[in-house]
Design a binder for this molecule. Structure first.
Ligand code: PLP
Length: 390
């Protein structure tokens, strides 16, 4: 018999906030639909444009299959070769690499594989918007570790150690770091590795921006430090390094026990990552140096244009990002919250930026500007900001 009582609903999704980056993207789309000319310096991923190459591609009928839940072997082999080439990390493509739907699903599936309900996972503040929700969705409790030391963004081993308790199971690191643009040094990673080893933790290291490091900084994976490979899950994405966010391909490399567990989750959650998308990723990886060098040079030149433009706006101060494709200016001189500030820029300058608060309390006095669009849009956005703020 039909009833008017509302059907009950699990509370898992209601405890998860919307993504602070996608929220801005939604606003931009809505305003553009009304015909309003918005310069978007928000959003987290490359948009179709000069930085987003299309791989010449014909649909091969062999791709129209349910593939291996761990990913296609040719792609896994190319991924293992890349990790060895870049970081000297040796992974067996048969058992130690799994292809995922972007790094995002890799983070979530790793957590599902590693933690029990109520387990704690250390996340930096600020950090990428999806780590804490992924921990919660996996039944865990995110424990925030300040990623700031002496007024600078810095990975502090003591701060990590101070948040470890008997429920702590894992730490999530991200270098090069979104949103701050920091590239973790060998000393910072060694200090984190000591804490992780001393307390028997796992470490998830999201290295999605590994190809975008500047000014002589070097990307280093914590997995390459002595004793760390056995407790590390390296997460990677084709969205950033290859400017291919639409194919939704990422991967993880980890000890075989972790990979086996993640592949089992894939069997039931997604069956496999689209083989079609995987063949695009494979083509991109085959052409890696030319592709990623071109992107890196373009982001570096736009970073310098952004720094120069921001230096002409009174009150705006900006550290030099060591990597990623973001700049992260400090707006504390303007005396408003980052969310109010970003709304003001959208209303008055018609420029979209991401408020620092999307990335945690530790980013409150900042906005994030991305460098993924055409250089003309960046210049126009900076000029609009100058006019409104000066
Ligand atoms: C640090 C970081 N990791 C992962 C992702 C998502 O990557 P993917 O598109 O591969 O899921 C993002 C996207 O913004 C990110 O900034």
């Amino acid at each position: 018999m039909p009833t008017d009582n509302p059907l009950s609903f699990g509370n898992r999704t209601s405890t998860i906030p919307p993504s602070g980056t996608l929220e801005v993207t939604r606003k931009v789309r809505a305003l553009r639909r009304q015909g309003i000319d918005i310069v978007s310096l928000a959003g987290g991923a490359p948009e179709p444009g000069p930085d987003c190459l299309a791989t010449p591609f014909k649909f091969p009928v062999e791709s129209n299959v349910l593939g291996d839940p761990a990913g296609e072997m040719d792609l896994r082999t190319a991924i293992a070769a890349k990790l060895e080439r870049d970081q000297g990390l040796i992974y067996d493509p048969e058992t130690e690499v799994v292809v995922t739907i972007g790094a995002k699903q890799g983070v979530y599936a790793s957590l599902l594989a590693l933690i029990e309900p109520g387990d704690e996972v250390l996340v930096l503040d600020p950090c990428w918007v999806s780590y804490a929700p992924a921990v919660r969705l996996a039944g865990g409790v995110p424990r925030v570790v300040p990623f700031v030391h002496g007024g600078e963004y810095f990975l502090d081993g003591h701060a990590l150690a101070a948040r470890v308790n008997r429920r702590t199971r894992a730490v999530i690191l991200n270098t090069p770091h979104n949103p701050t643009g920091r590239v973790f040094s060998g000393d910072e990673l060694a200090a984190a590795a000591r804490v992780v080893s001393d307390h028997g933790l796992w470490v998830l290291t999201d290295e999605s921006f590994d190809k975008f490091v500047f000014d002589g900084h070097q990307h280093l994976s914590i997995a390459s430090l002595a004793g760390m490979r056995a407790r590390t899950i390296v997460l990677q994405s084709f969205s950033k390094a290859f400017a291919l966010p639409g194919i939704r391909v990422g991967y993880l490399a980890a000890p075989s026990s972790v990979c086996q567990a993640v592949a089992r989750l894939n069997e039931h959650l997604i069956s496999c990552v689209s083989p079609l998308a995987q063949s695009i990723a494979l083509a991109a990886l085959a052409d890696e140096p030319s592709w990623t060098h071109r992107l890196r040079d373009s982001f570096l030149s736009k970073r310098n244009i952004a720094l120069e433009g921001l230096s002409n706006i009174r009150g705006m101060s900006c550290t030099v990002p060591e990597g990623t494709f973001y700049v992260f200016p400090d707006i504390s001189a303007f005396g408003s919250t980052s969310s109010e500030f970003a709304s003001r820029l959208l209303d008055r300058a018609r420029v979209a930026v991401t408020p620092g608060s999307a990335f945690g309390a530790g980013a409150e006095n900042h906005i994030r500007i991305n460098l993924v669009g055409p250089v003309e849009a960046l210049r126009e956005g900076l000029e609009r900001l100058r006019r409104v703020l000066d």
